[in-house]
Design a protein around this ligand. Sequence first.
Ligand SMILES: NC(=O)c1ccc[n+]([C@@H]2O[C@H](COP(=O)([O-])OP(=O)(O)OC[C@H]3O[C@@H](n4cnc5c(N)ncnc54)[C@H](OP(=O)(O)O)[C@@H]3O)[C@@H](O)[C@H]2O)c1
Length: 291
Amino acid sequence: MRINSKTKIVGIFGYPIVHSLSPVLHNAAFAKLGLDFVYLSFPVKPEDLEDAVKAIKSLNMVGVNVTIPHKRKVLDYLDEVDHQARMMTSVNTILHQDGRLIGYNTDGEGFLESLRREGEFDPQGKRAFVIGAGGAACAISFALVKTGIKSIILTNRTPEKAKILLERLKKNVKNQCKFSLVDFSQRNSPGIMDKVDLFINATSVGMHAGDSVLINPDLFPSNTFVYDVVYNRKTELLKEAEERNLPSLGGVGMLVYQATLSFKIWTSRKAPIDEMRNILRAEFNEHKVKG
Ligand SMILES: NC(=O)c1ccc[n+]([C@@H]2O[C@H](COP(=O)([O-])OP(=O)(O)OC[C@H]3O[C@@H](n4cnc5c(N)ncnc54)[C@H](OP(=O)(O)O)[C@@H]3O)[C@@H](O)[C@H]2O)c1
């Protein structure tokens, strides 16, 4: 990569940010397409977020990704926020266009692309069970309701957060999707899983070796699709699904697709998805982590 005075700058704002794979993913994609862009990592403390967002304009950057802990707060500093990101109150991508900062969220769409393209699963008319109520669960739930999905069951260890997500979904979504809340302690009760077509672990459980499986996999109906958002290793949940011959996917695809969507927003170019996936595989191997 040859950086010069015309090189366009994108990057990521988060805190801490050391483990982000986004610089590797995007820089590989820019190199593959011969685009004169560079992607840098910016550790931005919460108290510095407003100044950092202003700097996108003053430094004439093309845009940035935004990650934990800024995805919500950053909405306060943007000129415009796309409808989906506004509903979710969460922005992961900013575009600097004609002097204005526009916020988007590509996580949910990244999940859907992965589910449809890699999993060959169409959520329309199906019933989903989402465990978790953080950023990933929110993005996934809002994305699913756009697909014509029939119903979504939500549960979360901290029930208040699940209630907040449910209320936000109900307030913003006016279609036929039926929502229900299950108490976390009741998630393995008989009957709940009977008619589930799609089970999603949207918690961070599974990231570490020895993490438990939050659901009893014996309860999955015979063709349930199991999706685990965790991407740094093959989780116990995915191993259980495979043992039962259930269709399943880990979170690598979601990570790659959300990045391709940000890439498109900044460059108007289709991202080289195979290159991005390969670079991620290489990163995981380098760090001796099972992808
Ligand atoms: N594949 C991708 O592209 C992608 C994108 C975004 C995130 N992710 C992954 O998704 C996971 C969640 O990320 P996030 O941004 O949603 O984080 P978050 O906002 O901090 O939410 C974490 C969620 O995990 C739950 N949780 C954590 N520990 C738990 C435990 N021991 N038992 C039960 N529930 C537990 C939390 O429940 P409480 O509310 O009770 O704390 C909460 O629902 C992470 O592994 C992240 O790497 C993947």
